[in-house]
Design a protein around this ligand. Structure first.
Ligand SMILES: Cc1cc2nc3c(=O)[nH]c(=O)nc-3n(C[C@H](O)[C@H](O)[C@H](O)COP(=O)(O)OP(=O)(O)OC[C@H]3O[C@@H](n4cnc5c(N)ncnc54)[C@H](O)[C@@H]3O)c2cc1C
Ligand code: FES
Length: 339
């Protein structure tokens, strides 16, 4: 039967026709349809997305890479899944950045019925198995999203302490759900100041004995790494923001395929290429997902985190954390495959 359909529909495959009728049908390109939009705060929205047949589900705390078209250009970003494990539909909760290209589009201009591209869930910010008897979650801002997935999955776990911070009451995402959870402290930082981890001794005296999950701005994560010190093995971190960049790069001219782009000393190859209108693959934009790699044909490049200059023909370059140093040439083939 399938062979007969293939013969009838060649050069297109039956799947190509079915994908036209229902974009979620495709098994080669994973897509999702937005089936729910829920405003959480002035700046944050939860999108419920019905994934295509190929979606294999997620573990609480993982993220998904989402491809959205903004002004005719496909952009990929990474969002934590905020729903519990095991649900057929997936949810992401996006907080719009004031000048954020994709976050503003997802929060303000993605109605029910929109189609997005998806990749399978990934990430190791997940609950250990078996689930530890005592847990501590320290979150701030949109950093609550992967932890909310964990809390929703855990249900009535008897001993979870949650310390969440947001500027004001109106900025607290999932405010009602958090208020209903025993062991939760929500802090409004404009009124009471930022959480100083030295306060843990008072807020959660047995914090050293707990498996801890921390997600929020870079400052909170860096402070947690330092504060946990020798208890670091019990600390799990999820970063939404890029690492600090080294300074003093010379910049240079980088050729993407056949396009020459001037890259200044502080810019990543990804940012500079996009700015110049080159379509490039990307995901986390901070060096963790390896979606942005392109092969170096010649020249050398600079690691923006360490300042180290490196590169030989054939090396794979992570364009989101790499800058220019003199001239270099990158092959664009993987970028096209990623579209
Ligand atoms: C593993 C992971 C999980 C994530 N989960 C979520 C989530 O659940 N909810 C959510 O709202 N976001 C989440 N993010 C952040 C998200 O991927 C985007 O970075 C964010 O939405 C900004 O994208 P944009 O296109 O709007 O901003 P862009 O237009 O790319 O950037 C605008 C400006 O904001 C800066 N910027 C970029 N990202 C951030 C950031 N995260 N924080 C502060 N400044 C930034 C840029 O340097 C630039 O100056 C996650 C990121 C990662 C890596
Ligand atoms: S975009 Fe994720 S590693 Fe570069």
């Amino acid at each position: 039967m399938f062979k007969a359909l293939v013969a009838l529909t060649t050069p297109l495959l039956p799947e190509d026709y079915l994908s036209l009728v229902d974009p979620l049908w495709s098994t080669t390109e994973l897509r999702g349809r937005v089936v729910g939009v829920r405003r959480e705060t002035d700046r944050a929205t939860t999108l419920t997305i019905r994934p295509g047949r190929a979606w294999t589900g997620h573990r609480a705390g993982q993220y998904v890479r989402i491809g959205v078209d903004v002004a005719g250009v496909r952009h990929w970003r990474t969002y934590s899944l905020s729903g519990p494990e095991g649900e057929a539909d997936l949810t992401i909760t996006v907080q719009a950045l004031p000048d954020g290209l994709v976050s503003r589009h997802l929060v303000d201009a993605t109605p029910v019925g929109s189609i997005v591209r998806l990749e399978q869930a990934a990430g190791d910010f997940v609950l250990p198995s078996p689930v530890p008897a005592k847990l501590l979650m320290v979150t701030a801002g949109s950093g609550i999203t992967p932890v909310m997935s964990m809390l929703r999955t855990l249900g009535a776990h008897p001993d979870v302490v949650v310390l969440h911070s947001a500027p004001t009451a109106a900025d607290v995402i999932f405010a009602d759900e958090l208020a209903a959870r025993p062991g939760t402290v929500v802090r409004h930082t404009t009124e009471h100041g930022r959480l100083d981890l030295a306060e843990l001794d008072a807020l959660c005296p047995d914090w050293r004995d707990r498996e801890a999950f921390v997600c929020g701005p870079a400052g909170l994560l860096d402070a947690a790494e330092e504060h946990w010190g020798e208890a670091r093995a019990r600390l799990h971190l999820e970063r939404f923001t890029p690492p600090v960049r080294s300074t003093g790069g010379a910049g240079g001219t980088v050729t993407f395929g056949d396009r020459d782009v001037e890259v200044d000393g502080g810019a990543s190859l990804l940012e500079a290429g996009e700015e110049a209108g080159v379509l490039l693959p990307s995901g986390c934009r901070m060096g963790i997902c390896f979606s942005c790699i392109l092969p170096l044909r010649d020249g050398q490049v600079r690691d923006l985190r360490t300042g180290e200059i490196h590169g030989e023909p054939g090396d794979m370059v992570q364009t989101c954390i790499t800058g220019a140093t003199g001239t270099a040439r990158l092959d664009l083939r993987p970028a096209e495959e990623n579209r």
